[in-house]
Design a protein around this ligand. Structure first.
Ligand SMILES: Nc1ncnc2c1ncn2[C@@H]1O[C@H](COP(=O)(O)OP(=O)(O)OP(=O)(O)O)[C@@H](O)[C@H]1O
Ligand SMILES: [Mg+2]
Length: 506
C-alpha cells in the first residue's frame, strides 16, 4: 500500500520518500491509521518489517508543537535499541523539527537532564534510566498521550515488569498504549492487555514467525568442536557481515579473541564493556572495519544493521522467542539472509522447541571438512589476488619479481605466498559451557531466566541482578552513539535506491 493513502502529512511523506521507503509494509498499512485515530494497538509482525515507523510516523503526526510537554514515551529494552529508535524517529520528524530525546543508563545524566529541559515532545528510553529521571523530577509524564512498549513481550517479561509498571503509573490513565514485537506469547500478551483499553490486535498473517527471507540451518556439533566448525564454515561461505550469538559474556570474549587469533576481523559486544568500547565496536561493525560481531543477546532485539548476511547461534538460545529475534538481525527490509544454529546432541530438544514455535524446519548442515575449509580459503585467496593485481603498481616490483622468478620455481613462489595469505589455524581453546538443561515440552518454564542470558549474564538471570542494574544506571545495557546518517555511510547498504518489501502473506 502507498504511504499517501494512510492519512499522513506532507512533511512525513517527504521524510518517508527521503528514507527510500516506497510502499508501506503490511504492519505499517494496518496500524498507522489505527494509531492516528488514537486506538490502542498490539502490533505483531516479523523482524525487519518496519515496526519502528509503524508507531513512529503516527506519533510524529499527532505531536502538538505548541505543547511543550513530553507527549509520547517509547520504552526499549536496550540502550542500543533506544538510540536507534530515537535516530529513526528523529530522521522521520526532522522536517517538522520534532524534538526526540533519548535517555539510557551508562551515559552522563546531567547532559540528559539538560536535554530534557529543552522540552522534547518525544522521549525514547530504557526503563532504568527513565525511572531515574522520574525520581529526579527531570522527566514528567503526566502529559503523555501515547506510550509505546517496543519489544513488548520482553518489556512485560518478569525481568522488566516492575519497572514498566512503575513507569506506567506516572502516565495519565487517558492515554494510548501501543505494544509492538515480532513475538507475542499469549501469557505475556495477557499481562500487556491490562494496561490497555480495547486494544486492537494486528497480527500480520504469515505462515511462519520468522521471515522467509532467512534460510535457516542447524548443525549438530559437540561442544568442543564448535569453534573449529564455525571457522570452517566461515572459510567455505566467506560470509561478509556476520553476527555470532553466544550465551555468556565469557563466551563472547573467548570466541571473539579466538577469531582474532585466526585472523578474522572480529570483536565482542556485551554488557560488561565500557560504554566507550561498545560505541566503538558498533561503529566499526557498521563501517565494515569489523566483519564478525560476537555478541550476547544484548544485540538480539530490534537492532537494525543493514547488510548482515549471516547469523550464527554459537550457542542455541534457551528461549524459542529469543531465536526469532536473533536470526531476525538478518533478512531485513526485503534482503536475504542465512542463519546457522549450533546444537549439541543433548540440546536437540531446544531445536525442536524452536521449530515448533517458528513452524520452520531448519535444514541440517554438515560441517565442512578441513579439506573443504582449505579449498574455501584458497578460493577466497584467488579472488583476493585478482584484486591485488588490479591494485598493484607492477613497475615498482618488476626487478625483484624477475630476480625471484630466476631463483625459484614459479609454483614454489606462489605456493609460499599463498601459504602466507591463507589463515593460520592457531589452536583456540574455548572454555566449555554447560549445555542447556534437558527439558521436556512447553517453553514457558524457562522464560523467566531469559533476561540473565539476554543481557549477557550467566544464563540464570535473576531479578536482583536486574535491580542492581537499574540502580547503577543500566550497567548491563551499554550504548553506542550511532550517527543519523547510518543508512548512507554504510558501505553495505544498497545505496539510496528505493527499497521495496516483498512480504508473503500466507
Ligand atoms: N516501508 C518501508 N520500506 C522500506 N524499508 C523500510 C520501510 N519501513 C521501514 N523500513 C526499514 O526497514 C528496516 C527495518 O525496520 P525496523 O527496524 O523498524 O523493523 P522491525 O519490524 O522493528 O524489526 P525488529 O522486530 O527486528 O525490531 C529499517 O532499516 C527501516 O528503516
Ligand atoms: Mg523493532
Amino acid at each position: 500500500m502507498k504511504f499517501s493513502e494512510l492519512g499522513l502529512s506532507d512533511h512525513l511523506l517527504t521524510a518517508i520518500n527521503n528514507s527510500g521507503f516506497e510502499e508501506a509494509t503490511p504492519i505499517q498499512a494496518e496500524t498507522i491509521p489505527m494509531v492516528l485515530k488514537g486506538e490502542d494497538v498490539i502490533g505483531q509482525a516479523q523482524t525487519g518489517t518496519g515496526k519502528t515507523a509503524a508507531f513512529g510516523l503516527p506519533i510524529l503526526q499527532k505531536i502538538d508543537f505548541d505543547n511543550p510537554n513530553v507527549q509520547a514515551l517509547i520504552i526499549s529494552p536496550t540502550r542500543e535499541l533506544a538510540i536507534q529508535t530515537q535516530e529513526e524517529i528523529y530522521r522521520l520528524g526532522k522536517d517538522e523539527k520534532a524534538k526526540v530525546q533519548v535517555v539510557y543508563g551508562g551515559a552522563d545524566i546531567r547532559r540528559q537532564i539538560n536535554a530534557l529541559k529543552g522540552h522534547p515532545q518525544i522521549v525514547v528510553g530504557t526503563p532504568g534510566r527513565i525511572l531515574d529521571h522520574i525520581r529526579r523530577h527531570t522527566l514528567k509524564l503526566e502529559h503523555v498521550k501515547t506510550l509505546v512498549l517496543d519489544e513488548a513481550d520482553e518489556m512485560l517479561n518478569m525481568g522488566f515488569l516492575d519497572d514498566i509498571e512503575d513507569i506506567i503509573k506516572q502516565t495519565p490513565k487517558e492515554r494510548q498504549t501501543l505494544l509492538f514485537s515480532a513475538t507475542m506469547p499469549a501469557q505475556i500478551k495477557r499481562v500487556g492487555v491490562q494496561f490497555m483499553r480495547d486494544p486492537h490486535q494486528v497480527t500480520i498473517k504469515a505462515k511462519e514467525l520468522t521471515t522467509d527471507l532467512i534460510d535457516q540451518y542447524y548443525v549438530r556439533v559437540k561442544e568442543y568442536e564448535k569453534f573449529d566448525t564455525m571457522t570452517r564454515f566461515f572459510d567455505v561461505q566467506d560470509p561478509e557481515v556476520t553476527i555470532v550469538f553466544c550465551r555468556t559474556k565469557r563466551r563472547v570474549d573467548e570466541v571473539s579473541k579466538g577469531l582474532q587469533a585466526r585472523g578474522y576481523k572480529a570483536a565482542g559486544l556485551h554488557g560488561d564493556l565500557t560504554q566507550a568500547r561498545r560505541t566503538q565496536i558498533m561503529q566499526e561493525f557498521k563501517a565494515a572495519k569489523i566483519d564478525i560481531l560476537v555478541a550476547t543477546d544484548v544485540a538480539a532485539r530490534g537492532i537494525d544493521i543493514s547488510g548482515v548476511t549471516h547469523v550464527y547461534n554459537y550457542d542455541i538460545p534457551q528461549d524459542p522467542d529469543g531465536y526469532v529475534h536473533r536470526v531476525g538481525r538478518t533478512g531485513r527490509a526485503g534482503k536475504h539472509g542465512v542463519s546457522i544454529t549450533f546444537a549439541t546432541p543433548n540440546e536437540m530438544d531446544y531445536l525442536r522447541e524452536i521449530e515448533k514455535l517458528t513452524k520452520v524446519r531448519m535444514l541440517p548442515l554438515k560441517p565442512p571438512t578441513i579439506q573443504e575449509a582449505f579449498v574455501g580459503q584458497l578460493n577466497s585467496a584467488e579472488s583476493d589476488i585478482a584484486d591485488l593485481i588490479k591494485k598493484t603498481n607492477t613497475d615498482k616490483y618488476e626487478k625483484m619479481a624477475d630476480k625471484l622468478l630466476d631463483e625459484y620455481e614459479a609454483t614454489d613462489l606462489v605456493a609460499a605466498l599463498l601459504n602466507d595469505v591463507t589463515r593460520d589455524n592457531v589452536k583456540v581453546k574455548i572454555t566449555p559451557e554447560r549445555p542447556l538443561p534437558h527439558h521436556g515440552h512447553g517453553h514457558g518454564g524457562h522464560r523467566n531466566d531469559r533476561r540473565g542470558g539476554g543481557h549477557g549474564g550467566h544464563y540464570k538471570g535473576s531479578k536482583s541482578h536486574r535491580n542492581g542494574d537499574r540502580n547503577n544506571g543500566s550497567r548491563n545495557r551499554g550504548h553506542y552513539e550511532g550517527s543519523n546518517d547510518r543508512k548512507h555511510s554504510d558501505r553495505r547498504s544498497s545505496s539510496n535506491k528505493k527499497r521495496r518489501f516483498t512480504i508473503k502473506n500466507s
